[in-house]
Design a protein around this ligand. Structure first.
Ligand code: BG6
Length: 475
């Protein structure tokens, strides 16, 4: 039987840069998301030098949540949400990253947003950095390549945690901090506000920027507890269940090593220690990082209260063997899984994988878990009657909720809540499309920025309303 704790936080999730728009209003500075053009499936988004007049930037208007949040919050309340995950746009608070004083208009905006949520019975869950660092952090400091970024982040966090003391209890530091590991241009930009130079060792760069972020995160955890002992401060990791392509031992090893890429981050966040597997890699590759004794103490002290994570799909990996020694792993490649069906963007749908990862994390860390992103990106069809019959989305969410319940009731997972991603349609991160839709509320806007931005409740809205009302009993 599907069962959830009585205080379970049923919610929805958003990020400032993907919803707010108003990219240059009320003193906001440019963010790294503001210089990302629109792409499409298979067409990467460009990162431009500042804002170019002949380019289209979908995040500049997004869904205009900045102005429409009061009526959107009405809809969220009607849906019955008990929590809304949202991020603060850092560049609304410190437009130039190192301003002597924070921008009062930016602070006031989030005061109003949090007050609105609380008045409607929704707990704000706040990510401090969700792919939207100030562009000035890149221009003046080179982003998180620079140790000074730690101080700037801590100052920003201290400002907002002090201002919203008593209003916000749940915080997360860096969104999907582990995603940059693969050395992808867009993710390094989004996660760390850096661009790679030609011929540099990307892995080495990412380890260093990540270490600075992990130190910044640990300082904020310690500081956040001092500001308000009631604060619950978590990390945010992108997890996939990872399967070996076959029972061949090297494939199994490849799957385990693939997970190590995420464990580097979560082990430091949760245990405060660099995992041994990572230290071996650093030794083997002769990497030397700027990491002091004091940093190690900061990491050991500032461990998180919960693990927030996104889950969309599983990944299946195969070993790439060395030509000289067939028992030696030379690389790891991601392959498709014949047992799974992918969405239109190639993301393999796997609800059981959510249970697998919940069990894996429970066994490894014994810490509360918070599923802060999960959902199906799909093309929605508006009928002549202005309705959206998104049974595919209901099916996706339903299956994942069932597996989450099994993990809680049969595997001992302690799950704080579930906030499906893009509770209202938003700009896609990877492609910048509006038509890759996750929402239970439709927003009338297309990939070219056409549409009057009106909101329509989808069939999934009514379904999720019932789920929340019955605490998951009626699916
Ligand atoms: C996560 C991010 O990577 O996945 C979100 O935290 C993002 O910001 C989400 O939107 C889904 O990705 P996409 O590209 O489908 O929007």
């Amino acid at each position: 039987m599907v069962k959830f704790p009585s205080d379970f936080l049923w919610g929805g999730a958003l990020a400032a840069n993907q919803v707010e728009g108003a990219y240059a209003e009320d003193g906001k500075g440019l963010s790294v998301a503001d210089v990302m053009t629109a792409g499409a499936h298979g067409v990467p988004r460009q990162i431009t030098e500042g804002v170019q007049s002949d380019m289209y930037y979908p995040n500049h208007t997004a869904i205009d949540f900045y102005h429409q949040y009061p009526s959107d919050c009405e809809l969220f309340a009607e849906l019955g949400l008990k929590a809304l995950r949202i991020s603060i746009a850092w560049s609304r608070i410190f437009p130039n990253a190192d301003d002597p004083e924070p921008n009062e208009a930016g602070l006031r905006y989030y005061d109003q947003l949090f007050d609105t949520l609380i008045a409607r019975g929704m707990e704000p869950i706040v990510t401090l950095s969700h792919f939207e660092m100030p562009y000035a952090l890149y221009q003046k400091y080179g982003g998180f390549r620079n140790r000074e970024a730690i101080n700037l982040f801590v100052r920003y966090a201290e400002t907002v945690m002090t201002r919203y003391r008593g209003k916000v209890r749940y915080w997360m530091t860096f969104n999907e901090i582990n995603n940059q590991f693969g050395g992808d241009d867009l993710l390094a930009w989004a996660d760390s506000a850096i661009q790679f130079e030609a011929d540099e060792d990307r892995e080495e760069v990412i380890y260093q920027t990540s270490l600075y972020e992990l130190i910044a995160s640990a300082r904020v955890v310690t500081l956040g507890h001092a500001i308000d002992p009631a604060n619950q401060i978590g990390c945010m990791i992108a997890y996939s269940a990872v399967y070996p392509a076959s029972s061949e031992p090297l494939d199994v090893l490849a799957a385990a090593q693939f997970m190590d890429r995420s464990y580097f981050y979560s082990d430091i966040h949760v245990r405060g220690k660099i995992p041994a597997a990572t230290e071996s890699i650093w030794q083997e590759k002769n990497y030397n990082f700027d990491l002091t004794k004091e940093d190690l103490t900061i990491l050991a002290t500032g461990t998180v209260d919960f693990i927030g994570f996104s889950y969309y799909m599983s990944k299946t990996v195969a070993a790439v063997k060395s030509e000289q020694d067939p028992n030696q792993l030379k690389g790891i490649k991601v392959v498709s899984n014949p047992h799974l069906v992918a969405n239109d963007w190639g993301w393999e749908i796997d609800a059981v994988g959510l249970r697998v990862i919940l069990k894996t994390l429970t066994d490894r860390y014994q810490l509360p878990l918070f599923i802060v992103e999960n959902g199906l990106g799909a093309y929605d069809q508006l009928t002549e009657e202005n309705e959206i019959h998104d049974s595919y989305r209901v099916d996706y969410l339903k299956q994942h909720i069932i597996e989450m319940s099994k993990a809680i009731n049969e595997d001992g997972a302690s799950v704080i809540g579930y906030t499906p991603w893009g509770i209202i349609d938003i700009v896609s991160f990877w492609t910048g499309e509006m038509e890759k839709r996750y929402g239970l509320i439709y927003v009338n806007r297309d990939n070219q920025g056409q549409g009057d931005l009106s909101r329509i409740k989808k069939a999934s809205f009514t379904w999720y309303q019932k789920v929340i009302e019955t605490n998951g009993r009626e699916l």
